[in-house]
Design a protein around this ligand. Structure first.
Ligand code: NAP
Length: 240
């Protein structure tokens, strides 16, 4: 089979990488844990934009690029699509379906941090589940608010911000307990999709809490798009 460059940093990508033999490459940005038990090559760090990515594809004789990065990692997805075109190799993408609001849900859609803070002004105890972005704004917390920020990065927080450095999956029971103890009045989320971090939405629904949802970024067109890991693996198996 042709040599595959898999762009990852997600649980789904790791699932794919686990099926790869030593001829293939799994690439990570270097922000999270680097798996040490894979049979394929694992490379860590940026390529240097789309030009660097195209150079890597050519130098390493890659025949197929698979973008299995997070739906909000828009820069690497754009680079992957552009570099694949430049290097004349196909680009596939795993694009997990977003969560859909259910009857009775109160989702407030926002495009960026400025819009998000405007909506949040009406609340006192937000739970942020957006990754590290809120950490850059801990000095801007309005006096009437106490934040809880759940993200991968440990951080000391401050008098009005508690940081929960933890990694999913999160269970329904665990989320119920956390929401009960902390009395959040709003949840802030990306629309990541998948089941690993979905329980917070169910608990928000149970408690009648609004969810401020950051809209998904536009992602580039690719040669083939898959919603499920299994379908992508089947398509790989079917390659000559
Ligand atoms: P991003 O803004 O789209 O990418 C920023 C730069 O990081 C890229 O231009 C590239 O550098 C490098 N990069 C990103 N992913 C890479 C990969 N798999 N292999 C090699 N280089 C990579 O990405 P981000 O939002 O910061 O996310 C970084 C990584 O974390 C992604 O791999 C993503 O799958 C994972 N992640 C992101 C989120 C999220 O909410 N954004 C959530 C969970 C996991 P160069 O331009 O130098 O090539």
């Amino acid at each position: 089979m042709m040599r595959v460059l898999l762009l990852g940093g997600t649980g789904d990508a790791l699932q794919i990488a686990r099926q790869f033999g030593p001829e293939h490459v799994y690439s990570l940005a270097g922000l999270g844990k680097v798996p040490e038990d894979l049979s394929c090559v694992v490379r860590v760090g940026g390529f240097g934009g789309s030009e660097g990515t195209a150079r890597y594809i050519e130098d390493e004789r890659i025949g197929l690029v698979i973008d299995a990065t997070h739906p909000y990692a828009a820069q690497i997805s754009a680079n992957a699509a552009q570099a694949s075109r430049a290097a004349r190799v196909p680009c596939w993408a795993l694009r997990r379906r977003g969560w859909q609001p259910q009857s009775g849900d109160d989702w407030r859609m926002v495009d960026d941090w400025a819009e998000l803070t405007q909506i949040l002004a009406a609340f006192r105890r937000p739970l942020f589940t957006l990754g590290r972005e809120p950490l850059a704004h801990l000095d801007e917390i309005p006096p009437h608010q106490c934040w809880t920020v759940r993200c991968l990065d440990p951080h000391e927080g401050n008098a009005r911000a508690r940081i929960l450095a933890t990694r999913g999956p999160f269970t329904l029971e665990g989320e119920r307990a956390l929401f009960g103890t902390e009395a959040f009045d709003v949840v802030v989320s990306k629309n990541s999709g998948g089941s690993a971090t979905e329980a917070k939405l169910e608990v928000a629904r149970e408690r009648g809490l609004p969810v401020v949802m950051l809209r998904r970024p536009e992602l580039p067109a690719v040669d083939r798009e898959f919603e499920h890991v299994a379908d992508l693996l089947d398509a790989l198996q079917a390659l000559p």
